[in-house]
Write a protein that binds this ligand. Sequence first.
Ligand code: NAD
Length: 341
Amino acid sequence: MPHRVTLIPGDGIGPELAAAARRVLDASGVDFDWEVQDAGEGVMAQYGTPLPEHVLESIRRNRLALKGPITTPVGKGFRSVNVTLRQALGLYANLRPARSMQGVRTRFEDIDLVIVRENTEDLYAGIEHMVGRDAAESIKIITRYASERIARYAFDYAVANGRRKVTAVHKANIMKLSDGLFLESCRAVAAEYEGRVEFDDRIVDNMCMQLVQKPELYDVLVLPNLYGDIVSDLCAGLVGGLGVAPGANIGTEAAVFEAVHGSAPKYAGLDKANPTALILSGVLMLRHIGEQDAAERVETALRGVVAEGTHVTYDLGGDAGTRAFADAIIERLGAAPAVAS
Ligand code: NAD
């Protein structure tokens, strides 16, 4: 049976990256049946919404999606499709691994961090209003249910992937009730894993400083939504930036895999953007569906091309286009022996 996946090309550089990722994943030997669905700016005129109901239905039906970035206008227009998707599908866990790649020039080597971000509440609940004309209020929602659920996800991930420690990140010294509840929930869940996975916690500002000074002290980080958004970009920076940072949004009913970066409109259609982050998101998808061998082979081929450095995009110091980069990965995959699973 092929794996049926909803493929959302997205806006800006999305379609060319989605095409590259699709070709590489197909070359892994895993049988995919791609259901291409358009969402984003491009469908607004036709459907009056960037996220038509039939796109959501497709993801619900297939339970899997690979998604290109979608443009969100700042301060006006429609609500972020990404936030809506996460809420509509209950994609409560945002997983963002940050691992150094040989051949990507950064200030650090051997970074291997995993960010687990709560994806459904906090200031992203979207409860905002004006208070009179000259003040605005955004409401931060933190619940015990969602905090324990994300903490459990982080610990289960640590156990399943042989990771040694989970660090909860918060600002409970100032937001004693909301972040206090998040920390209390993480501590309660940590007690269930005592002896198997270590646990500690850090205040978010201190965490940022430590990540750029002593990243090797950390392993899996679990954070509420807003800090998770910010700290995961910081971690992406540690390993070479947005072009190489993959992500997954995971829920009980569906999972959506997408790069951390946005639609980079200025590079749209130029065959210039780096497909690494979306391909690595595809690797996360392969692992999610139990195709461990294919995941390993795609990641090894990708890392090989990046380490060699001759067929990489501008942001990695090369002059290859998106397509040529993908071709080089596919060529290496062809050379790598397939292991029967
Ligand atoms: P961006 O990530 O699109 O681009 C910032 C810069 O990073 C680009 O100008 C480019 O220099 C570089 N970059 C990003 N991806 C790259 C790639 N694959 N290869 C090479 N270089 C790359 O961030 P932005 O400009 O702040 O956002 C543009 C739009 O994307 C906005 O509308 C934003 O809301 C949206 N966005 C969408 C998502 C998503 O769909 N998941 C995530 C973030 C931003």
